[in-house]
Design a protein around this ligand. Structure first.
Ligand code: SAM
Ligand code: DTB
Ligand code: SF4
Length: 334
């Protein structure tokens, strides 16, 4: 059993058994511990707001069993080419004016091709010049590509582990877990921040959820952003018929993420559309302090913008003031 006093400082030596024992705590005890750790590192009334844009949709060579954009499955999605940088920058401005703090550009690629780097660099530079934090998720990248993106102004690179190492081959077979870890290492080596999390509700066990969080918490550096996605079941994909994960188990996952990666901004990502206001409030209590806004993720829906604004107002939550440099210790600066 883990003592409360052990939980404040970031650790990198979490074991599977320890993480599972956090999941197994009585619900109120787990949420209390997570909320306590949350306020040691963050102001719990603040939330970081990100907005996504699919800058290249569909036709992807990977077979991720959850994804609407894989060419391996017939999901009815129309594939597009990489968007013009000026169009992306114009949409980023709309996002900024709507209150987004970070703009995340997603491309349905297995891996980044060097020929696309110049257009992406122009896109990233233009978004950054708007005063937004920049994030991209473009599939696997090599060290030289990571350096080029960083030089263009990219703050964060998103690349998820998706599930535990042991569960992984059930979900994706065209890219290995190690390849994902290699991309994360290239991102770090280039000096960018890492956005890395996973998906729950894919029919995985609690052991697999604990294994995902253990993998994230034992990285050489914890992710700066940690997205927890609830599967958006896509008809036509192998996981399209998965039953939704129990809401309380989702909250437990958020709470354990907060405990094992205390300084990470934990993001309520895909799946928020189907969640009640009360469930989202519980997630914020359990340590989630970021969410996607703007009505749309990449190919699926988010709650209506007005509903999100009302939710945050009703909860007394405000945009994170220091969204460009979070992860500071309030306890240390008090
Ligand atoms: N192609 C790039 C890649 O896979 O890294 C970037 C885009 S991909 C859509 C980004 C992440 O979105 C995936 O790693 C996965 O975790 C998440 N995702 C994709 N489809 C999802 C779905 N149907 N439900 C929940 N999360 C999903
Ligand atoms: C992440 O972890 N979640 C976002 C972002 N990173 C790129 C993507 C969610 C995608 C949900 C399915 C869709 O809209 O296609
Ligand atoms: Fe391609 Fe990314 Fe979808 Fe996998 S998750 S199929 S890599 S777009």
């Amino acid at each position: 059993m883990i003592n409360r006093s052990d939980l404040a400082a970031p650790r990198h030596d979490w074991t599977q058994t320890e993480v599972e024992s956090l999941f197994d705590l009585p619900f109120a005890e787990l949420v209390f511990r997570a909320a306590s750790v949350h306020r040691q590192w963050f102001d719990p009334t603040e939330i970081q707001l990100s907005q996504l844009l699919s800058v290249k949709t569909g036709g992807c060579a990977e077979n991720c069993g959850y994804c609407s954009q894989s060419s391996h499955f017939d999901t009815g999605l129309k594939a597009t080419r990489l968007m013009n940088p000026d169009t992306v920058i114009a949409q980023a401005k709309v996002a900024r004016d709507g209150g987004a703090q970070r703009f995340c550009m997603g491309a349905a690629w297995r891996d980044l091709k060097d020929r696309d780097v110049p257009a992406l660099a122009r896109m990233i530079g233009g978004v950054k010049a708007l005063g937004l934090e920049t994030c991209a998720t473009l599939g696997m990248i090599q060290p030289h590509q990571a350096r080029a993106l960083q030089a263009a102004g990219l703050d964060y690179y998103n690349h998820n582990l998706d599930t535990s190492a042991a569960d992984y081959a059930r979900v994706v077979t065209t890219r290995t877990y190690q390849e994902r870890l290699d991309t994360l290492a290239s991102v770090r080596a280039a000096g960018m921040k890492v956005c890395c999390g996973g998906i729950v509700g894919m029919g995985e066990t609690r052991v697999a959820r604990a294994g995902l969080l253990m993998a994230l918490a034992t990285l050489p550096e914890h992710p700066d952003s940690l997205p927890i996605n609830a599967l958006m079941p896509i008809p036509g994909t192998p996981l399209g018929d998965s039953p939704p994960l129990d809401g309380l188990e989702f909250v437990r996952t958020v709470a354990v993420a907060r405990l094992v990666c205390p300084r990470a901004v934990v993001r309520l990502s895909a799946g928020r559309d189907g969640m009640s206001r009360e469930l989202q409030a519980l997630c914020f209590l359990a340590g989630a302090n970021s969410m996607f806004v703007g009505g749309k993720l990449l190919t699926t829906a988010l709650p209506d913008i007005d509903d999100d604004q009302r939710l945050l107002a009703d909860l007394g939550m405000t945009p994170m003031r220091d969204a460009v440099a979070p992860n500071r210790s309030l306890a240390a600066s008090a």
